[in-house]
Every structure is written in structure tokens, then in C-alpha cells.
Ligand binder design. Structure first.
Ligand code: F6P
Length: 499
């Protein structure tokens, strides 16, 4: 296995007392195995100029992080990444901000990252780039002569072409994506949206076994639904059941059922609608008043982006309104907490929650839902109310699946969950646990890396048919695609590949 190079906007540099999540641990394990490099932003903003990259070595892994200048931060991070791509990829066209300046800054930071990274990459390294911040990175590396296998994984949803074309630079972005050998998405829906763009907008093509021709390059796209380290999380939650924080939480509930929401404070999470649904529950199920409390933990996030600050004010007002209208002297329906807790504390909270309320308007996967499932007591599990628009809904079919825009439906589902018999909760939980414990983050990582190592080798350095040759081909009928002309490129069989 070659050395692995991971590139992501945030880098999990190990530190004492660190609290790495399952994804970071899974990536670190892969880096440790054959030695590796993890490159990205340090999280620091330098006032004057970009500082030279900082190198830290832990075991067989080298972490290299670079600062951003104030201007880069504004154009690349708060600008194009989080005010343009983030709303667009989460189907929030009304919040889309378009600015040539920030797009330029985004491209420049990707070029600067590539320039710094290219010198550190060895010829047979496997390069794995993560997420929407870094779409052009692969193209920039190729521009610098890299012939390595380079893969990309998008952690967010990928929008249907009808939405994507609202972005003035969509062609430029998709051309950049074509520089990768393997583009991984969270769900088959995302792959389908990508293929629709390839065929309908870019006049590219798809062969019967999934090889895609896009802007004169041949690549593959597939769904790799990300998971969690289910066993470790379940153990952490079982242990945390007895932790002081969990005991204090339980004591404060006075026997009431806990309805729990946990996320970053982000408009894609559907929090205003969720608060409304809780308000509606109070109206439509008056007999349940006083039997539950809704606790929303909303960790501060991207506070330099206007839209996030506005959401914070909106939620403060909503929590105050609901409590003001509905509280009794001995009952308050909403606890709204605008801070973050470490994973172990959250695991304990999941353990004692009766309902996990996960209702994003759109989400690539949503690992909170999977952690909630893993955190439950198998003999008396809580119920999960889950948005149909989270990638995880494709897998967690035994949850109560709702449309988060339909306030009545969410309120009704909450009522159903609060009164669900234990046997039904156990049956639903068993089904969800089967999925969560089967499709772990380790399995996700291994599947992706196996396909990246296996497939790209076949593509590298080969001449590819012009996209125009394949224009009009549908993903299903295939026709005379690259596979017909180059049968030796047939990829190793793998689950989830298009075609
Ligand atoms: O899940 C998407 C994502 O952007 C991750 O890449 C990131 O770690 C997380 O959200 C938190 O966002 P940010 O890095 O902007 O603080």
C-alpha cells in the first residue's frame, strides 16, 4: 500500500487532552499504517501575510498546517466556501451569495495549498482530498505535474444540476472535479445528481460500468456513505451513563422524557422549523405537557458569517417565545444551549435521551443520528425522529422519517415517539443498529481507499475519448463508452459504483 496524503480544510493535529472524532481517528489510522501526511488550514488567521506551513510529527504521520491571511479567510473560508458553496450544496438557493472576488480568493487559496503541498508529495503517494473547500486542489496539483492517484470525497450533499447552474462558476468547478480519479459522494442521490450534470450540462458520458468522461478526463464516481466507530461509541455511551454530567442531567429532568437535538448552529440543520414543531407538539398533544423536555444543543459555528449570527438571534427569540408562552411554574419545554460539549459528555446525553431529534433541511450524511443510535441502551432504547433529507435517512429506515418543512408531521412524529411502546422501540433500534454497526467509518475508509488504489492505476496516463463522443449517452444505456474501447480499464467490482 502506498503512502497516504490527506488534504482537508481542518486538520486534526493530535494534542494533549484532544477529543478526536471517529472520522479523524479513522483517517489517522490509515495514515499511521503506511506512514502519511495530513495537510490543511491551521485554523489561524494571520493579519499580515501567510505564515510558512508548520510541521508536526506524531508517530509515522506528519501534519502540515498553513495559516490564512485575513483576506484569504474572508474570500476563501467565510466567502466562497461558506457563503456560496455551503448554501448551494444544501439546497438553500435563497441564501446563495455570489461574488467574483471570493471565487477568485477560493481559487487562489487552492492554488497556494497545492504549491505548498506539491513539493511534499512523492510519485507513488495516494492523495485523498476532502470536501467542498478544496474542489480545485486536484486540478492545481495536476497543473504542477502530479500524476499520482488523486481522489476527492464530498462530505456535503451534491446539488441537482438545476441548482448547481445557479452558480456562475459551475463549469469551472466541475472541470476542476474532473481532475480527480475517483469522486466519492455520501449517497446514490448525490452520485445521480453529479451524473445528471455530467451528461446533461457538460455533455460528458458514462460507460456501463461507471467510467465517466468529463471534460476529456476519465474518472469514476461512487457513493460511500460515511459511518462511525459504532462499537467504540456504544462503549463510550455506556460508560458515560454514569458520568457526573449525565447524572446531573437526569436529576434535572425529574423523570421527564428528554427530547434531544445536537448540532452545529447552522441553517442547514432546520432548527427554527424544529422549534416550531416542538411548539406545535405542545398544542396538539396537551396531555403530554410536562411529560418531556426538549433540549437543543447548538454549538457555535462560523460566527463571522452574517447568516449564522442572524440564525443565533432567531433561535434565542424562538426559545424565549416558546418558554414564555407555554412554561408552567414547574415545567419549561425548551432548553436551548449555545455551546459545545465534548463527545463523551454528549454520548452520555444520547444514552439517557428518549428521543433523538435530527431534522436537517439537507445534510450530506448526519453522524449525530448514527451516534444517537450507537449510544442507546439496547434493552430500553430511545426513538429517532429523522429528516428524510439527511443522507443517513437512506440507511436508517427504521427511524420515524419526517419532512422537516412539515411542522405538523414532525410534531405528530414527536407525539408518536414519546408514546412508542418499548417493544417497537427495541425492534426499530435493532434494525438501525444493524446498519450503524455494519457500515462503520473504518469500512467507509477502506472501501474508498481500495477503489482509489485499484481504479486510478488503470486510468493514469491513458488517452481518453473526447467528451463530445459520448454526449447524449444516458448513464443506463451506456453505448460506446470508454469501457467498450478500453476493456482493460474495467474497475474492480465494488459496491456503490455507478452503472
Ligand atoms: O461537515 C462539513 C464541515 O464543513 C466540515 O468540513 C467541518 O469540519 C465542519 O463542517 C465544521 O465547519 P467549520 O470547519 O466551518 O468550522
Amino acid at each position: 500500500m502506498p503512502r497516504l496524503v490527506i488534504v482537508s480544510n481542518r486538520v486534526n493535529v493530535p494534542r494533549q487532552g484532544g477529543n478526536a472524532g471517529g472520522l479523524a481517528v479513522a483517517l489517522e489510522e490509515a495514515l499511521e499504517t503506511n506512514g502519511g501526511l495530513w495537510f490543511g488550514w491551521s485554523g489561524n488567521v494571520a493579519d499580515e501575510r501567510v505564515q510558512p506551513p508548520k510541521k508536526t510529527v506524531h508517530g509515522r504521520v506528519t501534519y502540515v498546517t498553513t495559516d490564512l491571511s485575513r483576506q484569504e479567510y474572508e474570500e476563501f473560508y467565510t466567502g466562497f466556501s461558506n457563503s456560496t458553496l455551503w448554501p448551494l450544496f444544501h439546497y438553500q438557493l435563497g441564501l446563495l451569495e455570489v461574488s467574483r472576488k471570493s471565487f477568485g480568493g477560493y481559487l487562489k487559496v487552492n492554488a497556494a495549498f497545492a504549491a505548498a503541498l506539491a513539493t511534499m508529495i512523492r510519485p507513488d503517494d495516494l492523495v485523498w482530498v476532502h470536501d467542498y473547500h478544496l474542489i480545485p486542489l486536484g486540478e492545481e496539483l495536476r497543473r504542477r505535474g502530479l500524476k499520482n492517484r488523486i481522489g476527492f470525497f464530498l462530505h456535503t450533499p451534491f446539488p441537482v444540476p438545476e441548482m448547481l447552474v445557479a452558480l456562475p462558476g459551475h463549469r469551472r468547478l466541475m472541470k476542476a472535479l474532473s481532475a480527480y480519479d475517483l469522486v466519492g459522494f455520501q449517497t446514490p442521490d448525490d452520485v445521480r445528481a453529479f451524473i445528471e450534470y455530467v451528461v446533461g450540462e457538460a455533455r460528458g458520458g458514462v460507460g456501463p460500468d461507471g467510467w465517466i468522461t468529463l471534460y476529456n478526463r476519465v474518472l469514476r464516481a461512487a457513493a460511500y456513505p460515511i459511518g462511525i466507530d459504532a462499537g467504540a461509541f456504544a462503549r463510550m455511551a455506556a460508560e458515560a451513563a454514569d458520568a457526573p454530567e449525565t447524572r446531573r442531567l437526569l436529576a434535572s429532568l425529574h423523570g421527564r422524557a428528554l427530547v434531544l437535538g445536537v448540532e452545529r448552529l447552522d441553517y442547514s440543520k432546520g432548527l427554527p422549523q424544529r422549534f416550531e414543531a416542538v411548539e406545535r407538539l405542545i398544542e396538539i398533544r396537551p396531555e403530554l405537557r410536562g411529560a418531556y423536555e426538549f433540549m437543543q444543543i447548538a454549538a457555535p459555528s462560523r460566527e463571522d458569517v452574517d447568516r449564522y449570527r442572524a440564525l443565533k438571534r432567531q433561535l434565542e427569540a424562538a426559545a424565549g417565545r416558546i418558554n414564555g408562552r407555554s412554561s408552567e411554574f414547574d415545567w419549561q419545554p425548551v432548553r436551548y444551549i449555545n455551546k459545545s460539549y465534548d463527545r463523551a459528555t454528549l454520548a452520555g446525553f444520547y444514552r439517557v435521551a428518549s428521543i433523538g431529534l435530527v431534522t436537517p433541511l439537507r445534510d450530506g450524511m448526519n453522524l449525530v443520528a448514527k451516534e444517537f443510535v450507537a449510544g442507546q441502551d439496547p434493552s430500553n432504547p430511545g426513538a429517532l425522529v429523522m429528516s428524510r433529507f439527511a443522507g443517513a435517512a437512506r440507511e436508517l429506515k427504521a427511524a420515524l422519517i419526517v419532512n422537516p418543512y412539515d411542522i405538523d408531521e414532525v410534531a405528530e412524529a414527536l407525539g408518536t415517539a414519546l408514546t412508542m411502546p418499548r417493544e417497537e422501540r427495541i425492534n426499530r433500534w435493532r434494525s438501525m443498529w444493524g446498519v450503524v454497526s455494519g457500515n462503520t467509518v473504518e469500512a467507509w475508509r477502506n472501501a474508498y481507499l481500495r477503489d482509489l488504489s485499484a481504479g486510478a492505476e488503470l486510468v493514469r496516463g491513458k488517452e481518453t475519448p473526447a467528451a463530445a463522443d459520448l454526449a447524449g449517452q444516458s448513464p443506463v444505456d451506456g453505448g460506446i463508452g470508454p469501457l467498450m474501447r478500453h476493456p482493460e480499464r474495467r474497475p474492480a467490482a465494488s459496491t456503490g459504483l455507478v452503472g
